[in-house]
Design a protein around this ligand. Structure first.
Ligand SMILES: *Cc1c(COP(=O)(O)O)cnc(C)c1O
Length: 793
């Protein structure tokens, strides 16, 4: 039972120990820290006990260069089931729980969907009592903070550890050394507890921090050569200094290579070391105790690295080591974009990881031999070679060295099997599986939409749906119930008002809560087609100017997106949308009809406010390009219809909730396959009414790009193409008219308030499939072969 008095004492004690201050003298950051530490105190015993239990059996290890965790405090309170108790305790201490939750920095150790998936998976594993450890990098600086200056994106370093990290514990006893040809560094593990929902088990996220063997060179320091004295230290710390350093230059690439090898080697050394302590059977049975999941190609160097450890350090033969590796690893493919498939110049590997390189060459040769034995043609062999064109193809290495390859949505896996990885599928059909992504319902509903959560619990008369998401299907019987639907609409309005207040505070813009909140939030990428949305808005604006009598439901278009710092075109699109926003929001003639807001620094905690308040979920990627998407699921879970293409998990969303409850448009994969070689975007530009007028704003001076020429570059990309791609590579002009038509369907449907609520409700009731608990159950059963441990008690 929760002991309120003890908890309060713990907060005060922690403030005293950490900061030497009384409660009254502590500032809000210190209070946040003290409260978090007091919660850590509550869970430490459970955490240690969990580790002891897991030790005895098979464990899975999720290797990921990214974990986009967001904030911890609120989620931990939810999962521990002590939100109310803590709120009361803190009130006694004069601390506002919302205030300290809001000052927590997001742990933004990831870029977007892939990193957030890893975070959702950890929550599900812990909740389901599955023995799974997350391994990654403890970047000192996470994903950059985004600001807008005159409409341009400006990046700032994200020093998320500025006020300390109360949720991690440095484990000096588990330090390991990681060796590169030119330096050796310490890998220091920091463990963060992953507190499952209403379970006593506490799982672990272990993130490695790079440190120098020596803090400084004593002799150099003594000679007063201070910069030189700490050079080695800085060089070592560079390895975990920042998420995804710019890799357009050779220096950056070396750093990225070192990051990958650093966390992978440290994690495998950790596994091997612990294995020797916990299991006596020898390495023959290593794979009976370890399942290692490679989250995309970033950690694929794990395959040769495990070989190296088993052969060079543990004395196994090549053949035995290869057997073990193949039974240990599984690989998740996250993208069908050819340019994102990771390749490494062999010179870099040779120079910095010579032994690992040697092993990769041997794996490559062994693979070629195997193909020859199977009588494969030269033609196929050339397509699947692990080393070719002076590069190492990480995805190929992953597929050859893993027992299972999975795509992340049904459509995606089919495209892998039939197109992108067809040669591989023909070789190893048994290796291929689908695991449709999911999201944790704890953070994305129970935490971020308490009101809707409460309504569901009332109707189902149980909270079990939070961990047994299939039960949500029972909500469908209320789809015609006016009282319930009206309650849903009330809750939506409340969330919209909360979001509006937050946007006013953060962005200084007042938005109309009676308007449709039409939201597109995701990384900025051409294939995600924020520009299509923008062109639609420009067209709508001109139509309203032309004919003020056009009857539309007022609409607020909300964007949130970070562009990679070196992605010039993505940044141009941000600037373009900001210019559109400036024009529309200052035009009295369209006031009360349309508004455009680009929220700054979209991240997990902003997302929690946006998903729950949305009326429309924009998922408009070019068909075949978005592997799954998970933002689409967060919207659906909050009762928001999808306006989208047949792409990624949208297909399954529609399968679950019905086409009639969503707004699907645009060319399908098969159709694009047919038209792609004879596509002439100019034909659409000329013939689709209004399209030319909208597109021309990119080149006719309507909007000011500060003389950079960036808007005209977008125009040319759409109509002329460039030396590296054909015109309108992502088929915006092809889909424009159907998109506009789908938007009109949204407008009409929204007017029927109960009809609309019904669509929302059916989406919510059918969101169960998209719980990451379901995804993780599939991984556990079909890939990892693990179960919750049996307890003795
Ligand atoms: C869910 C999420 C994403 C992924 O969004 P998609 O629409 O699936 O690309 C990216 N960033 C954040 C902060 C998220 O929470």
């Amino acid at each position: 039972m929760f002991d309120r008095e003890k908890f309060k004492e713990s907060v005060i004690r922690n403030l005293k120990i950490e900061f030497g201050k009384t409660l009254e003298k502590s500032n809000k950051h210190e209070k946040y820290y003290g409260v978090s530490k007091a919660i850590m105190e509550q869970i430490i015993d459970h955490w240690n006990r969990t580790e002891e239990t897991y030790k005895k059996g098979k464990q899975a290890y999720y290797l990921s260069a990214e974990f986009l965790m967001g904030r911890a405090l609120g989620n931990n309170l939810l999962n521990l089931g002590i939100q109310d108790e803590i709120e009361k305790s803190l009130k006694d201490l004069g601390i506002d729980v919302n205030m300290i939750e809001e000052i927590e920095e997001d742990a933004g150790l990831g870029n977007g969907g892939l990193g957030r998936l890893a975070a959702c998976f950890l929550d599900s594993c812990a909740t389901m009592n599955l023995p799974v450890v997350g391994y990654g990098l403890r970047y000192r600086y996470g994903i950059f903070k985004q600001k807008f200056v005159d409409g341009y994106q400006v990046e700032e370093g994200d020093h998320w550890l500025k006020y300390g990290d109360p949720w991690s514990i440095r484990r000096a006893e588990d330090i390991v050394m990681v060796e590169f040809a030119d330096e050796e560094v310490k890998a220091v593990p920091y463990d963060t507890p992953i507190i499952g929902y209403k379970t006593k088990n506490v799982n672990t996220l272990r993130l490695w921090q790079a440190e120098a063997l020596e803090d400084f060179d004593f002799n150099l320091f003594n000679e007063q050569r201070y910069d030189e004295a700490v050079r080695e230290k800085n060089r070592a710390e560079d390895i975990s200094r920042v998420l995804y350093p710019n890799d357009s230059k050779r220096e950056g690439q070396i750093l990225r290579l070192k990051q990958q090898y650093f966390f992978v080697s440290a994690s495998l050394q950790d596994m091997v070391k612990k294995y020797k302590e916990r299991i006596e059977e020898g390495f023959e049975v290593f794979s009976q105790y370890h399942a290692v999941q490679l989250n995309d190609t970033h950690p694929v160097v794990a395959i040769p690295e495990l070989m190296r450890l088993l052969i060079d350090q543990e004395g196994l033969t090549w053949e035995k080591a290869w057997e073990i590796a193949k039974k240990t690893f599984a690989y998740t493919n996250h993208t069908i974009m050819a340019e994102a498939l990771e390749k490494w110049d062999i010179d870099l590997y040779e120079e910095f990881l010579p032994r690992v390189y040697e092993i990769i060459v041997k794996i490559h040769k062994q693979f070629i031999e195997e193909l020859k034995r199977k009588n494969y043609t030269k033609e196929i062999m050339n397509k699947v070679q692990i080393i070719s064109d002076h590069s190492i193809h990480m995805a190929w290495l992953a597929i050859y060295g893993s027992h299972t390859i999975n795509g992340v949505a049904e459509l995606h896996t089919e495209i892998l099997k039939n197109q992108e990885l067809k040669d591989w599928y023909d070789l190893y059909p048994h290796k291929f599986q689908n695991k449709t992504n999911g999201i944790t319902f704890r953070r994305w509903l129970a935490l971020s939409n308490k009101e809707l959560t409460q309504l569901i619990t009332e109707l189902l008369e149980t909270e079990e749906w939070i961990t047994d998401s299939n039960r949500m299907k029972e909500l469908e019987k209320y789809a015609e119930n006016e009282v319930v639907l009206k309650k849903f609409l009330q809750i939506k309005l409340l969330k919209k008002k909360e979001l509006a207040a937050y946007i006013y505070k953060k962005e200084g813009i007042e938005i109309n809560t009676d308007s449709i909140f039409d939201i597109q939030i995701k990384r900025l990428h051409e294939y995600k087609r924020q520009l299509l949305n923008a062109l639609y808005i420009v067209d709508l604006y001109y139509r309203l100017k032309e004919n003020p009598a056009i009857d539309i439901v007022p609409r607020t278009f909300v964007f949130g997106a970070k562009a990679a710092p070196g992605y010039v075109r993505a940044k141009a699109i941000i600037k373009y949308i900001n210019e559109i926003a400036r024009m529309i929001n200052h035009d009295e003639e369209v006031k009360g009809k349309i508004q455009v807001v680009f929220v700054t620094n979209y991240n997990v905690s902003y997302g929690e406010k946006l998903f729950s308040a949305a009326d429309v979920s924009q998922q408009i990627s070019t068909a075949g390009k978005e592997a799954s998407g998970t933002g689409n699921m967060k919207f659906m879970l909050n009762g928001t219809p999808t306006l989208g293409t047949y792409d990624g998990a949208n297909v399954e969303i529609v399968q679950e909730a019905g086409k009639e409850n969503n707004f699907i448009f645009g060319a399908r994969v098969e159709e694009l396959e047919v038209i792609k070689d004879s596509y002439h975007p100019k034909e659409y530009y000329e013939k689709v009414p209004g399209l030319k007028r909208a597109v021309d704003t990119l080149m006719n001076g309507t909007f000011d790009d500060g003389g950079t020429g960036m808007f005209e570059e977008l125009y040319n990309a759409l109509l002329e193409g460039s030396d590296w791609h054909q015109a309108d590579n992502y088929f915006l002009l092809r889909d424009f008219e159907e998109y506009r038509e789908a938007q009109q369907r949204v407008d009409r449907a929204y007017r029927d308030r109960l009809g609309w609520a019904r669509k929302c409700w059916i989406n919510l009731a059918n969101a169960g499939k998209f719980s990451s608990d379901r995804t993780i159950e599939e991984y556990a059963k079909e890939i990892w072969n693990i179960e919750p441990p049996k307890y003795n008690s």
